[in-house]
Design a protein around this ligand. Structure first.
Ligand code: MSP
Length: 526
């Protein structure tokens, strides 16, 4: 892997405030960004908002404000939520920013120059909620309603600029077949391939500007038309960097991040990212992103999220959960509860249970036990072990979970297997708890002849906890820093995460600091 790592989230529509779906992708992207930074890579993490298009125009009209006013109001909710969730994005792009608008026009000019677009006539069904034309077949299949939000489809008939999408499809199929990492997870890749093989029409990439009340990016070759919002939006991944390929006077640093390592998205917008986007890039002769990873959707308390059902996990609901459990626990839970890629259900009870069993009991309790015993038997100083390895008879069975983390964590991260990665860390915590139970240091402490053995056991525990916490750092940066401070060590400024995963780094004599439990247990209403 190169030492640069560029990760993006979708840019979110500003027609409404953020909810758990938006938070989910952004937290996952943040974890990857933090993980790769901790591995010493030069990371660029981009998120932002998608502010053009009919959806925003309509939402603004309903509220009696201009699209710009609506965007300016709603974007703050996204930005605030990212601060509240400790998201470490390096840039935040808004598609209404001049930097974006100008570069999108450059990009269209490039397509015009290369004869990749032509003026045609669009006639057919349009799903305004999704900003997408729908084929006659799909429209009829869904009773001329949106398959996504059930609203009636609208009949459109108008001149439009088309991108020669069909021309690039054979090359795209070849690429997807040759590179299994390009579209993930595998099941989604198969879906995309089979849909592509059914044939794909050219893509209408403009809309009449008057329909949008002028809210959009004018087509540079035909100002009566605005750039289709999906082309506008997808371009953000490169317009935010600025690229010489699109005629930009780039700043010399950001453009080096392209191609993106991962575009993280939800499954509903995979087609746009796995088909339209790569074909547009090929047409512009720009390298393709390395991976498009589509995650699943959340339901809430067993049902589709809806404001009227009262199960909507809004940004306010997220803030309340963070208040009660801490934001780190929330970040942990959403990535632990469901394998990334699959659909999942959010339930307050599942959150509370997982918090108590995994964070309070397994991880937090292990830290408290270790720090307490070092405090009680060694005045708080990490004892000198007989040897600084896990090879000693006592600690042998900790070697396996540590080795698994060392060998597999990078692969798990590269395949977005967050839940499995956390599971591997918990396995180390459980093994260490079992180690304490079986060696019974509290009994050994009463026997002065066992002093050296006691020291080795507690040193080993301190190391196991340090390693487990270190691997959790991308998920729970604040809690891990607190936990490591109790062990008397700081985070990883000078060492990469995989270096910190090695056993034997704590210096004997390090002062531990007894403190409050990292994850205090919550009372459950059984
Ligand atoms: N603006 C487009 C994306 C353009 S990217 C070039 C868009 N915006 S969105 O605000 O509607 O949605 C953004 C993301 O939220 C999508 O990835 C979508 O999958 C995700 N989610 C929306 N509801 C969700 C759940 N209930 N669960 C998980 N993610 C969900 O689409």
């Amino acid at each position: 892997m190169s030492d640069k790592f560029y990760i993006t989230t979708p840019i979110y529509y500003v027609n409404d405030a953020p909810h758990i779906g938006h938070a989910y992708t952004t937290i996952a992207a943040d974890v990857l960004a933090r993980y790769h930074r901790a591995e010493g890579r030069d990371v660029h993490f981009l998120t932002g908002t998608d502010e053009h298009g009919i959806k925003i125009v309509k939402a603004a009209a309903e509220k009696g404000v201009t699209p710009k006013e609506l965007a300016d109001e709603v974007v703050v909710h996204f930005q605030d939520l990212w601060v509240a969730l400790n998201i470490s994005n390096d840039d935040f792009i808004r598609t209404s920013q001049p930097r974006h608008e100008g570069r999108v026009q450059e990009l269209i000019r490039r397509l015009v120059e290369r004869d990749e677009i032509y003026l045609g006539k669009y006639e057919g069904w349009y799903d305004e909620g999704q900003e997408e034309f729908v084929t006659e077949f799909t429209a009829a299949e869904n009773d001329y309603k949106s398959a996504i939000d059930g609203k009636p489809l609208v009949r459109y008939s108008e001149p439009s600029w088309f991108f020669r999408l069909g021309k690039w499809v054979p090359k795209l199929i070849e690429h997807i077949e040759a590179d299994p990492a390009f579209v993930q997870p595998r099941s989604r890749r198969n879906e995309v391939l089979s849909k592509l093989r059914q044939g794909v029409e050219d893509l209408s990439i403009s809309r009449r500007s008057e329909k949008l009340g002028g809210w959009g990016i004018p087509m540079p070759n035909d100002p009566d038309h605005s750039v289709y919002v999906w082309v506008d939006a997808l371009s953000n991944y490169i317009t935010a960097l600025g690229m010489p390929e699109i005629g930009d006077e780039f700043n010399g640093k950001a453009e080096a991040y392209w191609p993106a390592d991962v575009h993280l998205i939800g499954k509903d917008i995979l087609w746009f990212h796995a088909v339209y986007w790569p074909c547009l890039l090929m047409a512009m002769d720009v390298p393709l992103p390395k991976t498009v990873f589509a995650h699943g959707w959340w339901t809430s308390e067993g049902k589709k999220m809806s404001k009227s059902l009262g199960n909507f996990i809004s940004c306010e609901a997220i803030s309340e959960l963070c208040e009660e459990y801490t934001r780190d626990a929330f970040r942990y839970f959403v990535l632990r509860e469901v394998p990334f890629g699959a659909d999942g259900d959010f339930s307050a009870e599942a959150f509370a249970r997982r918090y108590n069993t995994e964070l309070a009991n397994d991880a937090g309790n292990l830290l408290s036990r270790t720090v307490n015993m070092i405090g009680r038997y060694f005045d708080g100083d990490v004892p000198e072990p007989k040897q600084r390895t896990t090879e000693g008879v006592e600690a042998k069975f900790l070697a396996e979970p540590i080795r698994r983390l060392q060998e597999k964590s990078s692969e798990m991260m590269s395949r977005c297997r967050f839940s499995e990665y956390i599971g591997a860390v918990l396995e180390l915590a459980s093994a260490t708890n079992r180690y304490i139970d079986s060696t019974e240091p509290f009994k050994l402490a009463k026997d002065p002849s066992q002093r050296e053995r006691l020291g080795t056991i507690l040193y080993t525990c301190a190391e196991a906890v340090r390693i487990a916490l270190s691997y959790l750092e991308p998920f729970m940066p604040e809690k891990v820093a607190e936990g490591l401070a109790q062990l008397g060590v700081s985070g990883g400024e000078s060492r990469s995460l995989s270096e910190r995963g090695c056993f034997g780094l704590i210096e004997p004599g390090t002062k531990t600091v007894k403190s409050v439990p990292l994850f205090p247990r919550k009372l459950l209403n059984e």
